[in-house]
Design a protein around this ligand. Structure first.
Ligand SMILES: NC(=O)c1ccc[n+]([C@@H]2O[C@H](COP(=O)([O-])OP(=O)(O)OC[C@H]3O[C@@H](n4cnc5c(N)ncnc54)[C@H](OP(=O)(O)O)[C@@H]3O)[C@@H](O)[C@H]2O)c1
Length: 253
């Protein structure tokens, strides 16, 4: 059974692979046997992820990419196919958050979140579509958020983008179900990364945020690894259209 979780000889594209959950997922996929195309804007940080992938014995391709721009994401897919020879797995992980009450939310921050978190997912799937449909196989893993399922002050715009990711995932899964391309999402709860380090550095805010989490702790980046490997592997071939909450019980409470 464990053999169905192996990814030897597969190629994965991971966006937002320069740090945080994206780097953790890239390393987990590499450990399972996949070669990686690493996307994001910060080249030095992508190179650090690439070194870590190579230390695991896999190939890593660094492709600086802004996921808001379809032409750049198309170029990323083309580079993965040309340099790594194939494409089996797409992880649309790039994301940004700006926390503010709606009445103070700068419209340009709403646009930045929409463009990165939701259009970025569209661009990834749109760019990989011709390849996955021609190959008659593929795995798409979109990164949503627990904020798609629960409300929290300051998170209106971010939550809307992530709710969009969940709906997009469900509809695309149905569209591609008979094309043998599985489309699922992971909805993380609170993980301590650069995205929310500021909030969790404030002791009283940390305590307030963890009150919503039955386990009363944040996730460790490595804890997302086994789930992304499962969704990227043949072990999950009968699963599509799902959003799996990895959140210490946050969405269940
Ligand atoms: N941490 C959490 O608690 C949490 C909870 C729920 C969901 N999530 C989601 O998980 C994903 C990863 O977040 P994280 O916590 O790992 O945050 P992070 O450490 O801030 O990483 C965000 C990643 O997104 C990339 N990115 C941002 N804008 C981009 C753009 N325009 N083009 C390409 N890449 C871009 C960043 O790379 P560059 O800056 O190099 O471009 C970085 O690699 C996000 O979608 C986030 O919404 C996180």
């Amino acid at each position: 059974m464990l053999e169905t979780l192996r990814l030897d000889g597969r190629v994965a594209v991971v966006t937002g692979a320069s740090r945080g959950l994206g780097r953790a997922m890239a390393l987990a996929l590499a450990e399972a046997g996949a070669d990686l195309a690493l996307a994001g804007r910060s080249k030095p940080d992508l190179e650090e992820t690439a070194h870590q992938v190579e230390r695991l014995g896999r190939r890593a391709l660094v492709v600086p990419t802004d996921v808001r721009v379809l032409a750049e994401v198309e170029a990323l897919v083309a580079r993965a196919l040309a340099d790594l020879g194939r494409l089996d797995i797409l992880v649309n992980n790039s994301g940004v958050a700006h926390v503010a009450p709606l009445a103070e939310m700068p419209p340009q921050e709403w646009e930045r979140m929409l463009d990165t978190n939701l259009t970025g997912v569209f661009n990834g799937c749109r760019a990989a579509a011709p390849h996955f449909l021609a190959a008659k196989r593929g795995k798409v893993i979109n990164i949503a958020s627990v904020m798609a399922a629960v409300g929290l002050s300051g998170y209106t715009s971010y939550a809307a983008t992530k709710g969009g990711v969940v709906a997009f995932t469900r509809a695309l899964a149905v569209e591609w179900a008979r094309r043998n391309v599985q489309v699922n999402a992971i909805a993380p709860g609170w993980f301590l990364t650069e995205m929310n380090a500021h909030a969790f550095a404030d002791e009283s805010l940390r305590e307030r945020l963890l009150r919503d989490v039955p386990m009363r702790r944040t996730g460790q980046a490595e804890e997302i690894g086994p789930l992304v490997v499962y969704l990227a592997s043949p072990a999950s071939d009968f699963m599509t259209g799902q959003t799996i909450y990895l959140d210490g019980g946050h969405s269940a409470a």
